[in-house]
Design a binder for this molecule. Sequence first.
Ligand SMILES: Cc1cc2nc3c(=O)[nH]c(=O)nc-3n(C[C@H](O)[C@H](O)[C@H](O)COP(=O)(O)OP(=O)(O)OC[C@H]3O[C@@H](n4cnc5c(N)ncnc54)[C@H](O)[C@@H]3O)c2cc1C
Length: 481
Amino acid sequence: MIQDTTASMAEWRVKLRSTLGDDIVLSESDEMLPYCRDWHGDVTSNAVAVLRPRSTEQVAQAVKLCSELGLSIVPQGGNTGLVLGAVPDADANQVVLSLERMNRIRQIDADDFSAVVEAGCILSELKDAIAEKEMFFPLALGAQGTCRIGGNVSTNAGGINVLRYGMTRELIFGLEVVLPDGSIFDGLSTLRKDNRGIDLKQLFIGAEGTLGIITAVSVKLTPYPDQVATALLGLASLDDAIKLFRRARRDCCDLMSAFEFMPPLAFTLAKEAMPDLPIPIAADYPAYVLMEISGSGLVDIDDLMGRFLEAVMEEGIVLDGTLAASQTQARNLWLIREGMNEGQAKRGMHLRTDVSVKLSQLANFVAEAEKAVAEAVPGSTCVSYGHVGDGNVHLNVLPAAEAEPEQRLQQIYVAKGAINAVLDRYQGSISAEHGIGRLKRGDFEARLSPVRRHLLAALKQAIDPGMMMNPGCQLNFPANS
Ligand SMILES: Cc1cc2nc3c(=O)[nH]c(=O)nc-3n(C[C@H](O)[C@H](O)[C@H](O)COP(=O)(O)OP(=O)(O)OC[C@H]3O[C@@H](n4cnc5c(N)ncnc54)[C@H](O)[C@@H]3O)c2cc1C
């Protein structure tokens, strides 16, 4: 049902303003622009309005009004998502509902290792507030200074600490959600054990705003890891990196909190983004691992890392390495990892993938997929890196430098097809952590079994029969399908 005429657009805006108040509603194009453009600036869209409520009750009121007006809603957190889930479709009757003003921490409970926080709280601010109480919220990703906890929950974000602490799903006690009919699901319990039937909060984790609007989250905390050892290591291959990972899990007693794989090109890309960044290791090893172990209390992390590195270097699994001697040095090592992302962005529009296979098959998969891309798109460059320990690799493809924008798009399309063909043979996932959004909907739907599709359709129909929540994202079910 698309009613995007100028007349109705004006009427909608008047009605939104008169009911919700001028303070809540933005409708000028320049004001709405940051909410209608994706993180990389690849897509700029448009919306009827941007709504910025300050409370759960205001969210519920906005949802009821949108339902009456026949408007659909695209929830938005920090708008750092990489699959176009938070950016509305152009020429559709959609409003963006931003949670940015709902950013209060409602409570932090040191005795229960829990906190209750509004959905619009920026992840790094939440982590800092919790660290002040000597506790830790383990979710950590490059976008943490901008992304918001409601967005993290809605994408079931991963990040660098997954191998030790799990995805966002495993860091959540409960949720408060405004449903498409405007009612409020209060599931904000902080009980650590609660087995009363179906765990409803799970429906909304990773749903990318298609079933309701998360307005608050209760999160699980852990003791603050006040000892951290960080090392950058040079290796002969990705195969050796995986060998190292298995070894580290056992030898470091599951205290490993990050294990990132990078190719040598990482240094070039990081330098393109941050020319002054120090690179404290020779840049010509075939593979690199950025590894972190951490802990609190009586355990001696520096000693553990030292003994571990000595053993794996003696055995030849690791060829070279540098151990951070200060927090600044550790931060600089992580900046290489972050800088390589920025370096890729600086090289223009490129293919970003977020795939996973079984860890035991990762090295073979990457070799085959890179070969398939080289054959399908001569002149392109593959940049394969990622969290590795959880089988997740970002196999990105930079089109040939001289390619014009149209050719770039074509090369991206062909490269994606080549990677997905290999991925399907490995029975891998097209989305290990970023979600589906609008970008991967076609690839997602094409791989759905009839039973899974039926279950998803039934769920959507039961919770959002008017199909008003984030239509176009994840699944494209028409109303009453
Ligand atoms: C530099 C960089 C590094 C990144 N690294 C990682 C990484 O390591 N791991 C990873 O998993 N992701 C990563 N991402 C992707 C992104 O940061 C995550 O997906 C993040 O969880 C999105 O949070 P957000 O608040 O920005 O959500 P948004 O982008 O605003 O929204 C994402 C989706 O969630 C929905 N949504 C947002 N808020 C709500 C809400 N309150 N209720 C219901 N639905 C909602 C939106 O409609 C959309 O579908 C990275 C992104 C960047 C730019």
